[in-house]
Write a protein that binds this ligand. Structure first.
Ligand code: ATP
Ligand code: MG
Length: 345
């Protein structure tokens, strides 16, 4: 089977995704990380790809997005992409990852379960938060490296064409991804140390990108700019800025500027409303002019925030605001919009 290569597309958003096999999706809380990560996984899976979507916060965000029961710690095909691809989902949590790890390296699943009962897993991951992160990034990066035919087959095709991680928010992303330094004081030798190093080599590789979800609002955009700087200072690669919940532009810039200062021609508006046969065109036009002004002010702010994001120099990719609730078909629609913008090259 041929491996799928994404991009490059010569500039544009394709550059932010080209050749990447691990896509880490972060952003301010509540901006749409889970939604965007799921849409990105669907976009990358279009036309026959196999993509794994990993969530690492133990919050069952993907299950609630898909309206399904809580997901077990198991890779499970949950979505079909357009053209025949599939998205598997893994809801990873540190405890399950630790038990799996103990079983893999020491063959002690039962002992692991006893440890859980004793609260030892909680204890270990609480005193060493770095261990929690190593286990979660280790799980995602193992899926990136995995080949068909099991752990020992090195030459076969990859099990997944791409892995998308619904990652912690911007406030924690740097620490979360910088597992090696987190682990430095904890385990200098031994299997955990090796595990951390292997995870770090995937995260640092040129086939990994960190994408930032934002809204066209001050705070999330500021977190995006700070997050990109932090990620790059760590020597990791930033990818695209995913601008979420974009509303259509109804007025051009001159109209926006006029509307914002209340200079829209409301006589013409009243005439138009009258011509359309509406009662009280003058009263209606005053009320509408107020709404238009509010829209214009908000939109001008969005334009300014967008300009500040463009200055960062990463490609902007847009996801429209979906009206009427998020469901699978809305997600497929968002994935289509991502592919129109060259995400898959
Ligand atoms: N493009 C969109 N159009 C409409 N609604 C959206 C869009 N993207 C996200 N939402 C909605 O916004 C809410 C937050 O989205 P989501 O859960 O993906 O954010 P998040 O960043 O993962 O949040 P958290 O930080 O809590 O994990 C959800 O109700 C989701 O349906
Ligand atoms: Mg989420």
């Amino acid at each position: 089977m041929n491996e799928r290569e994404y991009g490059p597309r010569g500039g544009g958003p394709g550059e932010a995704f080209a050749g990447a096999r691990l896509h880490i999706v972060t952003g301010k809380g509540g901006t749409g990380k889970t939604t965007a990560a799921t849409a990105l996984a669907l976009a990358l899976a279009a036309d026959g790809g196999r993509v794994l979507l990993v969530e690492v916060e133990g919050r069952q965000g993907v299950a609630s997005l898909l309206g399904s029961a809580p997901l077990p710690y198991e890779e499970r095909v949950m979505l079909s992409a357009s053209g025949g691809g599939s998205v598997s989902v893994l809801a990873a949590d540190a405890e399950a990852a630790l038990l799996e790890y103990l079983e893999l390296f020491y063959g002690i699943r039962r002992a692991g379960q006893a440890l859980t009962k004793l609260g030892a897993v909680d204890f270990a991951t609480t005193i060493a938060p770095g261990l929690r992160d190593v286990l979660l990034t280790g799980k995602a990066t193992e899926a990136v490296r995995r080949r068909e035919g099991g752990r020992r087959s090195s030459g076969g095709p990859h099990r997944y064409d791409a892995v998308v991680m619904d990652a912690p928010p911007t406030g924690r992303i740097g620490r979360f991804l910088n597992v090696n330094s987190e682990m430095a004081g904890l385990a200098k030798v031994g299997p955990i140390h090796k595990h951390a190093e292997r995870a770090m080599s995937v995260i640092r590789s040129e086939r990994t990108r960190v994408h930032f979800v934002t809204l066209l609002e001050e705070m999330p955009a500021q977190e995006t700019r700070d997050g990109i700087a932090e990620i790059e200072a760590l020597g990791l690669r930033s990818g695209a800025v995913l601008v979420n919940m974009v509303r259509p532009t109804l007025l051009n810039e001159a109209e926006l500027a006029a509307a914002a200062v209340g200079e829209l021609d409301d006589v013409a508006l009243a005439d138009g409303l009258g011509a359309a046969g509406l009662d009280d065109p003058a009263g209606l036009s005053t009320a509408l002019a107020g709404e238009v002004r509010a829209y214009a002010l908000r939109h001008l702010l969005e334009l300014r925030v967008r300009g500040e994001l463009e200055d960062v120099g990463r490609p902007l990719v847009e996801l429209p605001r979906v009206e009427g609730g998020m469901d699978r078909s809305a997600l497929i629609g968002l994935a289509g919009r991502l592919n129109e913008q060259g995400v898959r090259g």
